[in-house]
Each structure stands twice: as C-alpha cells, then as structure tokens.
Design a protein around this ligand. Sequence first.
Ligand SMILES: [Zn+2]
Length: 225
Amino acid sequence: MCDAKTRAAGAAACPDCAAPDSGGAGEPTGDTVPRIGPNSIFRMGDALRAQIGAEAAARLFAAAGLTHHWEHPPESMVPAADVTALHKALRAHLDTPTMVAVSRRAGEATGDYLLARRIPKPAQVVLKMLPPVPAARILIQAMGKHAWTFAGAGRFEGEAGRPTRLVIEGGPIQAAMPEAGYPLCDYYTATFERLFRVLVARRATAREVACQAAGARACTFEITW
Ligand SMILES: [Zn+2]
C-alpha cells in the first residue's frame, strides 16, 4: 500500500515491499518461496507479549520454530509459511478467546501501521470525502495492488457495495488449521475493519462469513455499515 516513490526508495523506506521487486502483486520473482509483509509476524509478537507476557510469547515463537523472528523482529518480507507455522503453534497452545484477542490486536495494529505509513495522506483525505461505496471501491483497488504484502501467495479480490465483500483464497492463516471447522482469520477481519472505519465509514464492522478452515472455497469478509 506504499506508493511507487516509496518503493523506489528501497527496502529501508518500505519493508513491506522490500522483497524482490516483483513489479506486480503476486508475480513470481525468481524466488519461488511465497513471501509476505513482516507485520503479519511482528505484530502478532507484540500482541502476544501484551496478552500473555514476553516469556510465554517467546516459548510460543520457539514452538513454531521462529525464535529468530522473536529475537530479531523482521523488517522485510518473510516466507508466508512462517505465518502459517506461527498460527499453527498458537492454535495448539492458546484457548480460542485468547487467540482471537491476540489476532485482533495484531490486526488492528497492522491497520494503524498501514494508515500511518503506507496509504498516502492525500489519498486518505479523498477517501474520507467520498460516499462509502465509491471510497470502498478505491480502497479495494489500492489493497489489491499490494495484496502479496498481507496475503502472501493467496489471491485477493473485493467488491464494493452494501455489504462490501473481500476475499482471500489460499491465505497463510487458514492454512494453519485447514480442518478447524470454524473461521480462523481474525487478524484480517481486524485489519480490514480498522481500515474501513477510518477511510470508508465510521460505523463499519467486518466479519469473516466464510473461511477455508471451515470448508469454504475461500475466506470471505463482509463489511457493513
Ligand atoms: Zn479464513
């Protein structure tokens, strides 16, 4: 969600895009490992620390085989499989209410980060002035251009309307427990809700109405206001 100028400034300016400069969302880059923005790891780390304490959080990162990310929170893109491994370990060790609370906290922080650093302020002013549905349409286009930063190798699409629907197919979170039988992607729900509340409609509420972990073809998020 950064602009081209930021990307051109390179890794230091834009950690989300610091990966292989693919030139387009989800394009192969020569690096065959699907990658994803670092927020999806270190925001979960911050939320875990706040929710269960640093020691317990460090143990869970170790259980996921991700001690390196705990000791050195990533500043550039990471393998999308790391996100899956982290969520898998957390689901194995945390009860559902704690997992939901951590995911939501991390998702909201990611939304705040995108608002502060990746969505240009002039664009935010325009979005806030537009009626909600046209604003949602523009926001979805912007998200789609940088979908690999939050969806990894997953396919992202969206349709503005009432309700607005956002879809991630093959995302890294549902892959943590593909047969859970209930929706897992609270992190995305919280990120989307935060973005839509600030930029589209103050009363926006997001809900994951279908999840691949519950047998759906794709994870679908409905945003209403
Ligand atoms: Zn899902």
